[in-house]
Design a protein around this ligand. Structure first.
Ligand SMILES: Cc1ncc(COP(=O)(O)O)c(C=O)c1O
Length: 352
């Protein structure tokens, strides 16, 4: 892979079979538990390997795919010694937070919670804890963490904490945390990389050989292996990530601006790039009303697909930091004007 190629080009080229007369353009969907005397749970399959090679080429490390984003998170947490202290964002994906809470309650990890945007507190923690778990932008409040400063502090600290970045919202095209000094990057591939709301998959990427070996061993031990079809579909999804993200980001920027000008919208949370945004209405009833009145945008819990989806996150129990009126919008590939007409009508205004 040519180092000067952009992420978008890498996403198209990486993980292809060697070119040659009669060789297929794409890796086939290999569905096999055994490859001769080798067992696929242990050695992987050519389809997983192609997907891993492609994600690794984008993030700049060696990738290991898992059955889901949470299987990936679990594999990374399983690397930590019992009693390790981990600093985590107060606000981040609820499933990951629940994994931290569970490990804490079981006495396996000691969890310290820090506001995502309190960079000073993260820098201080870099000298005191064993692990920094970062997620940026955060789900669902779209807080942006100062990854460069925090990772720099971690690298130069005597405590040398392990640094993990959940890069699901930014995608490997939007940012590459390994290049900023992170040890491990994790993704819910289910979201933007897969891109079509038709699979569950996860991936961990690291530039450190010993961590890569441990991550592989964790997959073998726990059996959290990717499905054959899922890995094949995810690689197909990854091929178009660049163009999907570019288009959806343009639309998201337009919608963020127009939502900001709507009198019923109290606050828009948009990091300035990417396909995710959140906005706050006055209360839970107003947010539910909006969801019920959208005709084009699906009210659905997942994100990152070609179809736009909206969710009032506070409808889930246990997310007390999420305001009742907060709506998370995953912007897809529909015509931006159709999306705005839908939003604007459901907000009670006239389409503009
Ligand atoms: C930021 C983030 N990380 C991890 C996950 C977990 O991924 P999965 O649902 O594929 O297990 C999600 C799922 O929503 C997520 O949004």
């Amino acid at each position: 892979m040519n180092d000067s190629w952009s992420p978008r080009t890498r996403a198209i080229l990486a993980g292809r079979p060697d070119a040659g007369d009669g060789s297929p353009a794409n890796v086939p969907l290999v569905s096999a538990s055994a490859l001769g005397l080798e067992y696929s749970r242990e050695v992987g399959t050519p389809t997983w390997a192609a997907f891993e090679e492609a994600v690794g080429a984008l993030e700049g490390g060696t990738a290991t795919a898992y059955a889901s984003g949470m299987a990936t998170v679990t594999a990374v947490l399983a690397l930590l010694p019992v009693g390790a202290t981990i600093a985590v964002p107060v606000y981040s994906y609820a499933g990951t937070r629940s994994a931290f809470d569970h490990a804490h309650q079981q006495g396996r990890l000691s969890v310290r919670r820090i506001e995502p945007t309190d960079t000073d507190a993260w820098v201080a923690a870099a000298g005191e804890v064993d692990v920094l778990w970062l997620e940026s932008p955060t789900n669902p409040t779209l807080d942006v963490m100062d990854l460069a400063t925090i990772l720099d502090a971690a690298r130069s600290s005597d405590a040398t904490p392990l640094t993990v970045v959940d890069n699901t919202f930014a995608t490997p095209i939007g940012q590459q945390p390994l290049g900023l000094g992170a040890d491990v990057v994790v993704h819910s591939v289910t979201k933007f990389i897969g891109g079509h709301s038709d699979l569950l998959l996860g991936v961990a990427v690291t530039g450190r050989d010993e961590l890569s070996t441990s991550l592989r061993e964790a997959r073998t031990r726990t059996g959290t292996t990717p499905g054959a079809l899922e890995a094949w579909l995810a690689l197909r999804g990854l091929r178009t990530l660049g163009v999907r993200l570019a288009e959806a980001s343009k639309t998201a920027a337009v919608l963020a601006e127009r939502l900001g000008g709507n009198p019923t919208v109290e606050r828009v949370r948009y990091p300035g790039k990417g396909a995710m945004l959140s906005f706050d209405l006055a209360d839970g009833d107003a947010a539910e009303h909006l969801c019920a009145n959208l005709k084009l945008i699906h009210n659905a819990t997942s994100l990152g697909g070609v179809e736009s989806t909206v969710e009032r996150r506070a409808h889930l129990p246990g997310d007390s930091h999420v305001a009742p009126g907060l709506l998370r919008l995953s912007v897809g590939l529909e015509d931006p004007e159709d999306l705005w007409r839908d939003l604007s009508a459901a907000l009670g205004g006239r389409p503009s």
